[in-house]
Structures are given as C-alpha cells and as structure tokens.
Design a protein around this ligand. Structure first.
Ligand code: NDP
Length: 333
C-alpha cells in the first residue's frame, strides 16, 4: 500500500520573472488535484532544460505564480486514466515538474520499460525526443545510409544536453557531423559522441574551418539551438539547398529574418518545437520507445553533468546559462 497523498508539498515557485534569484524554494505548495485524464506523479528526478530559463526570465510567457519545469520521472500515486495505475514507473514531458508531485496529462506520460531508470528517463526524454524528431522529421535524415555517405551536418553546442544527443543520433544515422563547442574539453566530448570534426567556437574561425572541412561544399543541415549569436554564421556556412533548423535561444532569439536572405542559396529555414512532433499517441509513444531502445542498446549514451537537489535549482540554471555544463543537468527530488 502506498503512503497517503499529502495536502502540501515542496517545490520551486516563480512569483516574478527575472534572474536565478526568482526561483524560490517553498515547502507549503498545494498538491495539485489530477483532473480527468491526468495522473499524479511523485517525481524522483527532474530534467533541467534551457526552456526552463526562458519561463524564468519571461522570454516565454506563462501566468504567475508558476511552478516551472518540463520533464521528470517518478512513480504514479493516483490515476484517472486506464492507461496507468498506482505504482507504475513513468517519465513525462509536461508542465510543473519542479515539485514533489505533478499532475500530468496521461497522453504526455510513458511507462518506463525494464532497464530504464527514472534517472535515465528524466535525463533523456525531452532532449532525446528533440534530437530524434529533429533528425527524422525536420531534417528528413533516414537511418543507416552507410558510414560517411550521409549529408554534411553541423550541430552548435555539440557538447550540450541536446547537442550531445543530436551528434550521436546523426552519426548513428550515417551523417557527416561537424560539432561546434566552447572549449577544447567540450570539443573532446563532441568527438567522443561521434562528431568527426569539431570547431572551438571561442578560438577558431568557424566559417573558414567549415569551408576547409567540406572542401567548399558547405553544410547541408544545420542544427542551431544558440540562435542570435550564430544565425548570420549559419547563412554563411550553409550549402546551396541546405536546411537551417533554428530551435533555440541560448544566446537570445535569432531574427527577425528578411526572407530574401534565403534566396541566394535556396535555403529551407525551420523553427521546430519538439512538443509539436509528439502530439498523437503514435508519435509520443513511438518516438519515446525508439529513444529508450537506442539507450538500452548502447547506441545513445547520456552524459550527466551534475545532479542537484531540487532546492538548488538556481545553481543549475546559473551553470547552464553560464556555458559551464556539458550533457544533462538533473534535479533530485
Ligand atoms: P545546452 O546544454 O545545449 O546548453 C546551452 C549551450 O549553448 C551552452 O552550453 C553553450 O555551449 C551554448 N551557448 C552558446 N552561446 C551561448 C550563450 N550566449 N549563452 C548560453 N549558452 C550559449 O542546453 P539545452 O540542451 O537544454 O538546450 C539547447 C538549446 O536547444 C536551447 O536553445 C534550447 O532552448 C533548445 N531546445 C529547443 C527545443 C525545441 O523543441 N525547439 C527542445 C530542446 C532544446 P558552448 O559553450 O559549447 O557553445
């Protein structure tokens, strides 16, 4: 039998937008009441994502006060969905994860298979689904083209959480992968993840190096989560008929874009969001289970930068925004 569900819980509340100081640890938050079709999850590990910083600063809007956080994994303690029962181990990508308990739409949760711990699920889901859906759906890169037969690809922040997974999946899929990262140590991590070429973006001339590496061809598919600081560079290094996938704002939002900038090389420009590739049950379960399989078969390795206590989330945000982290930042509840 399970412990009774308490009325109050601990968690992180944002009452106003701002710096890391607005992430307030509270011990008397009301436990959410799961609505129809929702499950109540006792979180064990919470994944930190760059998007959490956007909701903190107000770059992305949400009503305040807000319990932010977009992914976690733990155990179901109440369910109004036939798909889940108390005691099930689940991971999810949904709102309000920075807390002991979260009410989650059942359509946004997935049962964890044997061999996938809650720690692994909270490390892998959001960024892994991003990498998998962006490679497959946004870039249209199919698996097993044969080693180095695939397109020229470039991943910015290639040692980061999402970047590390993009590099691994692209190299498993047979693409030629160039990674950029902000230090020699980060470049080494990108190489271990399968980037055949790396460029230190703080020391090297990225455009010149790309020209040299690709023998003047340029990059066929660029994955850019850095945004403002790299967008003009992307237009310079992309190949004719290339696909430019801008998917984040680590340095601030890119744009506005003058569409004529795309004309010189017939560039396809995309601004995808993982949540909009994982909408139907087939998409959500299909991609999640494919991701778990990649992990279980050792094709995808998760590098955990650090596991912080939930109450120390401000430190995690500082490390992420300060370019101090590689791989995944986790919170333990
Ligand atoms: P990362 O672990 O990649 O951390 C961000 C990295 O960006 C840093 O480590 C740093 O790497 C690089 N960076 C470059 N310039 C800056 C700068 N000025 N300030 C801060 N960081 C900078 O984070 P995530 O994996 O969580 O997210 C990466 C990006 O992907 C974010 O923009 C995020 O919003 C986006 N994203 C978008 C999704 C979507 O659905 N559209 C889903 C998931 C993530 P280095 O020092 O090596 O350059």
């Amino acid at each position: 039998t399970m412990a009774p569900i308490p009325k109050n819980m601990s968690g992180i509340l944002i009452e106003e937008n701002g710096g890391v100081d607005v992430l307030k640890w509270k011990t008397d938050l009301p436990v959410p009441q799961p609505q129809d079709g929702e499950i109540l999850v006792r979180n064990e590990f919470v994944g930190v994502n760059y998007i959490d910083t956007y909701f903190r600063t107000g770059l992305y809007k949400a009503p305040l006060p807000l319990v932010t956080g977009k992914e976690a994994a733990g155990v179901v303690v109440a369910s109004s969905s036939p798909a889940f029962k108390e005691g099930d181990r689940v991971g999810y990508v949904a709102d309000h994860a920075y807390a002991e308990l979260t009410a989650v739409p059942a359509t946004k949760a997935i049962k964890l298979p044997d061999g996938i711990s809650t720690e692994t699920a909270a490390s892998a889901l959001l960024q892994g689904l991003t990498a998998l859906t962006f490679v497959r759906e946004a870039a249209g890169i199919k698996q097993a083209l044969g080693v180095s037969e695939g397109p020229w690809t470039l991943v910015h922040a290639a040692a980061g959480g999402t970047g590390s997974l993009l590099v691994q999946i692209l190299s498993v899929f047979g693409a030629k992968v160039i990674g950029t990262a902000g230090s020699p140590e980060k470049c080494e991590i990108a190489r271990k993840n399968g980037a055949q070429w790396t460029i230190d973006n703080r020391k090297e001339d990225v455009a010149a190096r790309v020209k040299e590496i690709t023998s003047g061809h340029g990059v066929d598919v660029i994955f850019d989560g850095v945004g403002k600081a790299t967008f003009d560079l992307d237009l310079e290094i992309i190949a004719r008929k290339g696909t430019l996938i801008v998917f984040g704002n680590a340095s601030g939002p890119a744009g506005p874009v003058d569409l004529f900038q795309l004309a010189a090389k017939n560039i396809k420009l995309m601004r995808p969001v993982v949540f909009n590739y994982t909408v139907t049950p087939e998409e959500w379960e299909g991609f999640s289970n494919e991701l778990f399989d990649l992990i279980k078969t050792g094709k995808l390795k998760l590098g955990i930068h650090n596991t912080y206590a939930l109450k120390d989330v401000a430190q995690a945000h500082s490390d992420l925004e300060g370019r101090k982290s590689t791989g995944k930042l986790l919170l333990k509840v």
